[in-house]
Ligand binder design. Structure first.
Ligand code: GLU
Length: 304
């Protein structure tokens, strides 16, 4: 399969869409990113990497970080996590408060913000220096020691993240946050501000295409069972309110972020990261979504 040729064709096909989406502006530091950016990277379990466009440019990974924190926590505390977080699609916006009240402070899944805050709370409980340890985990997965946080994005979100602050305090009121809400929010904003390229992300998600083991260096990131579960959660809860649409049009487990990145995994074969900052009305990268749809169309690959 000539992945290089395929992704170059996709980049051309989606170019008319680049100015059609809306760059996320509720985090002021993200509002200035150029909507014309577009990159794709494909990493295969055989160790190959194919890239096109702005695939080496770093961007704010935002909710993609929730996959890394989940992998860390599942590996450390295993099934105990599910006493505090569910694993069903929420059918509500990712930052919604109402469902949390109906369901007595147990978030529906680890990829909505409330669930991710509980996961971050676990990271703080399990790690002496959570920000350093998370950065170390991500660097190891990506095989890149230069990955870091963008302090200006973290600060910008801290200054404007009233809804996340409300969620954190709400969780605390139900006894489902053990640390101080301010501390949890600080670590959460930092994880969202990790700055990575498509190339880093495709490489970093490769363990999920290979049963939990990094196929390039043999490092066991998580067990087979955990990898299967993370992929299942990405499939059902990874694309905000468009999980069904993503399964229908793309047919791979994936996770998106409001920075315009989407990463998808073809178990046994590859992971693919796309970046285009213009979002659709559901908050997913407009051109990125289409690019992944074309990828599974042109390659005839899908988990179904
Ligand atoms: N930091 C963002 C927030 O909490 C992440 C949103 C996302 O990428 O889904 O609002």
């Amino acid at each position: 399969m000539d992945y290089q040729k395929i992704i170059e064709r996709i980049a051309e096909d989606v170019s008319p869409l680049l100015d059609k989406g809306e760059v996320a502006s509720y985090i002021p530091a993200l509002a200035g990113v150029s909507p014309s950016k577009f990159g794709i990277a494909v990493a295969t379990v055989r160790g190959e990497c194919f890239t096109t466009g702005d695939a080496s440019e770093c961007f704010s990974i935002q909710s993609l970080s929730k996959v890394f924190t989940l992998a860390m926590v599942m590996d450390r505390i295993g099934d105990a996590l599910w006493e505090r977080v569910g694993r069903e699609a929420s059918g509500n916006p990712f930052n919604s408060l109402v469902q949390l009240e109906y369901e007595h402070g147990r978030p529906r899944n680890p990829f909505i913000n409330a669930g991710a805050l509980v996961v971050t709370d676990c990271i703080i409980l399990e790690n002496h220096d959570p920000m350093r340890d998370l950065r170390g985990f991500v660097r190891t997965c990506a095989g890149n020691n230069t990955i870091g946080y963008d302090e200006s994005v973290a600060l910008s979100e801290k200054e404007t993240g009233h809804r996340n602050a409300a969620l954190a305090h709400f969780l605390k009121s139900y006894g489902n946050l053990y640390n101080d809400p301010g501390r949890v929010l600080d670590v959460y904003y930092h994880q969202c501000s990790l700055s990575m390229s498509c190339k880093d992300l495709a490489r970093a998600f490769l363990f999920l295409a290979n049963g939990g083991t990094d196929p390039v260096n043999g490092n066991i990131v998580c067990g087979l069972r955990q990898a299967k579960r993370i992929n299942a959660l990405m499939q059902t809860c990874g694309l905000y309110d468009e999980g069904g649409e993503f399964a229908f049009r793309v047919g791979l487990p994936g996770k998106s972020g409001v920075g315009g990145g989407i990463v998808a995994v073809m178990p046994g074969e590859l992971s693919i990261a796309v970046w285009s900052p213009g979002l659709n009305t559901a908050g997913n990268s407009l051109a990125g979504f289409k690019a992944l749809e074309l990828f599974t169309t042109y390659t005839s690959k899908s988990i179904f």
